[in-house]
Design a protein around this ligand. Structure first.
Ligand SMILES: [Fe+2]
Length: 274
């Protein structure tokens, strides 16, 4: 059986780290640099799917597809398996993603900012914003058929691993501030938390902040054009896989960025899901 390894690509990302591609290769690649770890995956089929291929590529904004199969978060008791939304009604009804409307209190963004009384947000509301969520077993991310299935279905052909902590990420405080600037991207943002935890904040249709708590095993896709931000929590440690369709473009456009086509497309999507 061929071995698929995380190897270094010929170009730099231009932002934080050097990304890598899933491709057939030999032994585990050497450590690539601060905050970046090497990954060795074993699978039977090669990666390298082309985003330009109409036969294999997902829609330009996969989160907007009406045919999209929404993953759901399952309880620990139900097992750690990604499953399409609606494939198990009983299970879907029990599932609650850890998300809530943020309070308006000033202070450290690394705190939960969870109001009292609580204003929880469920998967369906996130889905209507184009935000997709999976729960996976992060302990086996190097050889996880569920992750492989998601990657194949959604054409995630590029990945790297970033560790966000003071000891591993250069200019940590500066980067944390940058992550927390409200921004959008022209492509989906896909993150899989391998260890630690943190918060993704996304704007809802009324421009209110929804905070999504992400911990080990959580995987999320934020659609292109959505205003969002990220912060570590008070533990100051997040280790995450970053995935991408094709070669990554990490450019963030701080708000206001309404003139981009991706934003316009996203606003159309929101109007359709009203
Ligand atoms: Fe982002």
């Amino acid at each position: 059986m061929p071995t698929v390894s995380f190897t270094q690509p010929p170009r730099a990302s231009g932002e934080l780290l050097t990304p890598g591609r899933w491709a057939q290769a030999g032994p585990r690649a050497p450590r690539a640099g601060p905050g970046l770890e090497c990954l060795c995956l074993r699978k039977a089929e090669p990666w390298g799917l082309s985003r330009a291929s109409p036969a294999s590529a997902p829609p330009p904004n996969p989160g907007f597809s009406a045919r999209l199969r929404l993953p759901i978060k399952e309880s620990a008791a139900a097992g750690l398996r990604a499953r399409p939304y609606g494939s198990n009604t009983d299970l879907a009804l029990r599932v609650m993603v850890q998300a809530w409307y943020m309070d308006d209190a000033p202070g450290d963004p690394r705190q939960p900012h969870r109001p009292d009384p609580d204003r929880p947000v469920g998967l369906e509301r996130l889905r209507r914003l184009g935000v997709l969520y999976w729960k996976l077993d992060a302990d086996k991310y190097e050889n996880d058929p569920e992750l492989e299935k998601i990657r194949r279905e959604r054409n995630y052909s590029w990945m790297d691993i970033i560790t966000i902590c003071k000891d591993k990420l250069p200019n940590y405080e500066e980067k944390i501030k940058m992550f927390y600037e409200e921004h959008l991207h022209l492509d989906d943002e896909i993150r899989y938390i391998l260890d630690g935890s943190g918060y993704f904040d996304v704007r809802d249709k009324e421009d209110k902040w929804i905070r999504i708590f992400m911990e080990k095993g959580d995987m999320i896709t934020l659609p292109a054009g959505i205003y969002h931000r990220f912060t570590v929590d008070e533990k100051n440690y997040t280790k995450a896989m970053r995935l991408f369709v094709g070669e990554p473009v990490w450019t963030a456009y701080n708000r206001p960025a309404d003139h981009f086509e991706a934003r316009g497309q996203y606003m159309k999507f929101l109007a359709q899901t009203a």
